[in-house]
Design a protein around this ligand. Structure first.
Ligand code: UN1
Length: 516
């Protein structure tokens, strides 16, 4: 049963105004507003105020003050707060999923799936709150104990992109919270309402537990101002940023300039290799979801499909048939498989990409057009596009955030792997095969060079239990599960002398008072 978000009654069709700054309470002072429109039909969903310099300053101070309290609450007790948040996200799953769909344009099952990802990471973090283990090792000195422990780090800046308005924040936030950090979230200016909704839900739980203001904070504004302020802010020891390679290179430079720490999750240009023995039924389903899902706007979207030449005709024929049958339209409709792109700029980038593809000798097998007629007129719809490509095309190097899939024939496994790795990004990858040698070669040291490598599943839709992130220009950061939590904590190596002597390591004798 759907529980309405009490603060967003019927957001579609009704314009309303909301503050974009939260530091324990909503606050606003400036006149600058973001007009938040739905890519579904271009309608204004709301207007959100941009964080001013004063408000930014107050937010960071609040986050610092709250850190002093939050870091001293035992981790399992922090986990209990996150547990309650997970329950509250469950309560609002349907309405939050719908809001994501309205604001971002992904189809409803994907909007709800994104909330599920938030719930899953909350559950993971609850368990983790009792498992922030440090190791103990052997000291070379008598009566000494040598061990490692993990402490809270400080306020963490989280910069997120429009394509996952909620889940990527969740990976960072739920983990950072159990680690004892406070949060300052800067969502994409294209999806501030989903962020406001999540903050309001989290705040319900914080207030019910009488926790101080400043544990969870929101700032809103353009990357060039608000993002820049966070990146350059010495009071924020860790910046976790998701977005384009261009943005990431800049954030990396600014954060490194103050010797801060960053987690970067940037562009992907993900490839799938179909070996001659692949189960084509599985491959077809995986490729459709991976290339067309979220209208090609996942960082994990399949963009390049390397197909063994022996199955090229057969598979591309099936794929072309499937592409032609895809329903593009309103993402709230159950029959729709692909919703709109995020905005007019994304549509323009799609159009330019198609022009360049044709110029470079790519053959459009299906799609390639912008949809402007009838019910498509007000939104940002394009056709899912299939291209028979050749390795020299420059477009193969580019992550166009749109549903464009390049097919590349190959003859040998080695050729396929080298084609696969011949891009500057390194997020996710997959091979379809029934052959153990092919699979293990792909997963081995000379195989895929990506942070994520799969066999017989697509590149997108990763579970939260693994560490998520990629190599090369994807930025090297890891978020979500496994031991990604370590980046959100301060590691401390401790040596404790419980004896009555003062032996030095490395057997050094220093002055008469020392014994060995
Ligand atoms: C992203 O596109 O930035 O693996 C994140 C996936 C999702 C997350 C994608 N779990 O496709």
């Amino acid at each position: 049963m759907e529980t309405h978000l009490p603060f967003f009654e019927h957001p579609l069709g009704k314009t309303f105004h909301h503050s974009g700054t939260f530091h324990g309470h909503w606050h606003e002072e400036g006149a600058e507003r973001i007009r938040d429109e739905s890519p579904v039909d271009g309608a204004a969903l709301g207007h959100v105020s941009v964080t001013t310099e004063n408000d930014y300053e107050e937010t960071i101070q609040k986050a610092q003050e709250a850190f002093l309290v939050w870091r001293s609450i035992p981790a399992p007790k922090r986990g209990e707060i996150v547990r309650q948040m997970g329950l509250r996200f469950r309560k609002y799953k349907a309405s939050l999923g719908r809001l994501i769909t309205l604001e971002m344009g992904k189809i409803l099952p994907e909007g709800e799936g994104e909330v599920q990802e938030l719930i899953d990471i909350a559950d993971f973090a609850v368990g983790l709150s009792r498992q922030l283990y440090g190791m103990t090792t052997q000291s070379e000195r008598p009566s000494h104990r040598l061990y490692e422990q993990w402490h809270p780090l400080g306020p963490v800046g989280i910069i997120t992109a429009f394509n996952f308005p909620v889940a990527v924040f969740g990976w960072n936030a739920m983990i950072a919270l159990v680690c004892g950090d406070t949060l300052i979230w800067k969502p994409s200016s294209k999806t501030p309402l989903s962020a406001i909704a999540v903050i309001r839900i989290m705040d319900e739980v914080l207030k019910e537990n009488d926790l101080p203001e400043g544990i969870v904070n929101l700032v809103t504004g353009p990357g060039a101002a608000t993002g820049e302020a966070l990146a350059g802010d010495k009071r924020i020891p860790l910046i976790s940023a998701t977005g384009s390679v261009r943005m990431g290179k800049h954030v990396a430079r600014v954060v490194a300039g103050r010797l801060g720490r960053s987690i970067l999750e940037l562009g992907g240009n993900n490839g799938v290799i179909l070996m001659e023995d692949a189960n084509l039924e599985l491959a077809l389903q995986a490729v459709l979801f991976g290339a067309v899902g979220t209208a090609g706007q996942r960082c994990t979207t399949i963009r390049r499909l390397m197909i063994h030449e022996g199955i090229l005709d057969q598979f591309s024929e099936r794929l072309t048939g499937a592409y032609r049958a895809i329903q593009v339209g309103n993402p709230l409709e159950p029959r729709t498989l692909m919703g709109p792109l995020i905005d007019g700029e994304a549509v323009a980038q799609f159009e330019t990409a198609v022009e360049t593809i044709v110029k470079e000798g790519g053959k459009i097998l299906s799609g390639g057009r912008v949809l402007k007629e009838g019910s498509y007129a007000e939104g940002f719809y394009v056709e899912p596009t299939l291209v028979l490509a050749h390795p020299e095309m420059s477009m193969l190097q580019k992550e166009t955030f749109a549903p464009i899939l390049y097919l590349l024939p190959f003859k040998t496994r080695e050729e396929a792997i080298s084609l696969h790795n011949a891009v500057s990004q390194g997020l996710s990858s997959a091979m379809f095969t029934q052959n153990l040698r092919h699979a293990e070669t792909f997963l081995g040291p000379a195989g895929s060079d990506c942070g994520i490598a799969n066999i017989n599943i697509g590149t997108s839709g990763a579970e939260i239990g693994g560490a998520f992130g990629g190599e090369k220009e994807t930025g090297g950061g890891r978020e979500a599960g496994s031991d990604a939590w370590k980046a959100y904590m301060r590691r401390q190596t401790c040596t404790l002398n419980w004896g009555e002597d003062m032996p030095l390591a490395q057997g050094i004798r220093f002055g008469s008072g020392c014994t060995t």
